[in-house]
Design a protein around this ligand. Structure first.
Ligand SMILES: Cc1ncc(COP(=O)(O)O)c(C=O)c1O
Length: 385
């Protein structure tokens, strides 16, 4: 069936609302001029509540990975002991960045599909002499698991008070509540193409006082991603290098929409996640993550044994639904549905409906209407909460 726009259900880049798309098509402005300075300051101020911080939010022109690299190179020196808590492909990437720059990385590897236990993280942190930093992933996009950053940060603080807590919050910040300052996180990263409903191209890095103090002593090489240099420029509404002007136009508009929706942003993500999980389960799919650790921005499901995924996914595409495959060791074994950013509950009904139709076509044991009915029931239950 023709859809005039695909139902882009990958966990970023996320679909752009019409006004965000239009914002990206605006004429350029002088990036050293007054209008752009006001824009920079407006976006920084508007982002802070979503991070739960009163500290700086640095606007970088780079992919999310650039934000992770900035986290590492601005706070650490070669040889520094670092604990990387990894529960999937993105946790591995964060660890890798620290290794590439010469940190002495110890990995605490959690089984993919599970979340780290605070006690285990505390014990691992306590066991490393002179620990400088702990790398956490808030929302592991490759598995659809969200970790309890509040509890993990508290465990780190108790075990190794001097260690920095550096958080990859790329795929959940904005979509779910986050309290950087209250939870004791020192640096948190997110990216424009996720909950912010904008095109890829910018990373946002919130930096607390302990991380700034670490930056004074950190000896890892840095130039483009030098956060102190960015802070200096940003103080007057500028960026040291030419920024992604069109992306920032979009982020400005995306945040305006999020502010207008208020607490509804979080409720909408919670509802969409619950609907996705209920719908997929009703269609017989096994989910990777337990409910207790399930992400509100991405859901991963196992590909059933014997299902020709290539053909199945081709059918989904014909029905206008674009989902993501697995990454790393889960490649070919799972598929993922993103439900973040501009996602609506109607998008989820449409996604489950397409999967249901494709499951019927593929001859899976599915009762017609079961997936959509379960998703609708989950919606009504979420609305009642
Ligand atoms: C949790 C997480 N970390 C890091 C990244 C990397 O971001 P980017 O692809 O923008 O470099 C992603 C992107 O999907 C992510 O979801």
């Amino acid at each position: 069936m023709t859809r005039f726009e695909p139902n882009l259900r990958i966990p970023g880049p996320t679909a752009l609302p019409p006004s965000v798309r239009e914002a990206g098509g605006r004429q350029m402005v002088n990036h050293r001029g007054e209008e752009f300075k006001a824009l920079t300051k407006r976006v920084e101020a508007a982002m802070k509540p979503f991070f739960g911080t009163e500290h700086d939010v640095i606007l970088l022109t780079c992919a999310g990975t650039g934000g992770l690299e900035a986290a590492v190179v601005n706070t650490l020196s070669p040889g520094d002991p670092v604990l990387a808590v990894t529960m999937g492909a993105f946790g591995d990437r964060f660890a890798k960045v620290a290794e590439v720059y010469g940190a002495a990385v110890t990995r605490l590897e959690v089984e993919w599909g599970r979340a780290p236990e605070p006690a285990a993280v505390g014990a691992a942190a306590a066991a490393i002499a002179g620990l400088r930093a702990v790398l956490l992933t808030h929302n592991e996009t490759s598995t659809g698991v969200t970790s309890d950053v509040e509890a993990l940060a508290a465990a780190v603080r108790a075990a190794a008070p001097e260690a920095l807590v550096l958080v990859d919050g790329i795929s959940a910040l904005g979509a779910v509540p986050f309290e950087m300052d209250r939870w004791g996180c020192d640096l948190v990263v997110t990216g424009s193409q996720k909950a912010w409903m904008s095109a890829p191209g910018m990373a946002f890095v919130a930096v607390g006082p302990r991380a700034w103090a670490a930056a004074d002593a950190a000896r890892m090489p840095r130039f483009y991603l030098d956060l102190k240099r960015h802070r200096e420029s940003q103080a007057s509404g500028e960026s040291p290098w030419t920024p992604a002007v069109a992306v920032l136009f979009q982020v400005d508009e995306g945040i305006r929409l999020m502010q207008a929706e208020g607490a509804g942003v979080h409720a909408r993500h919670a509802a969409c996640a619950a609907m996705t999980r209920a719908g997929l389960r009703a269609l017989g799919f096994q989910l990777l993550a337990d409910d207790a650790v399930a992400s509100r921005t991405v859901t991963a499901a196992w590909i059933p044994d014997g299902l020709d995924w290539k053909a199945f996914n081709g059918g989904l595409k014909r029905r206008g639904l674009v989902v993501a495959g697995g990454q790393g060791k889960l490649k070919g074994r799972i598929f993922r549905l993103g439900h973040l950013g501009s996602v609506t509950t109607d998008d989820i009904i449409a996604a489950i409906s397409a999967i249901e139709a494709q499951a019927l076509e593929a001859g899976l044991a599915v009762r017609p209407g079961a997936g959509v009915a379960a998703a609708q029931a989950a919606l009504v239950a979420a609305e009642a909460r």
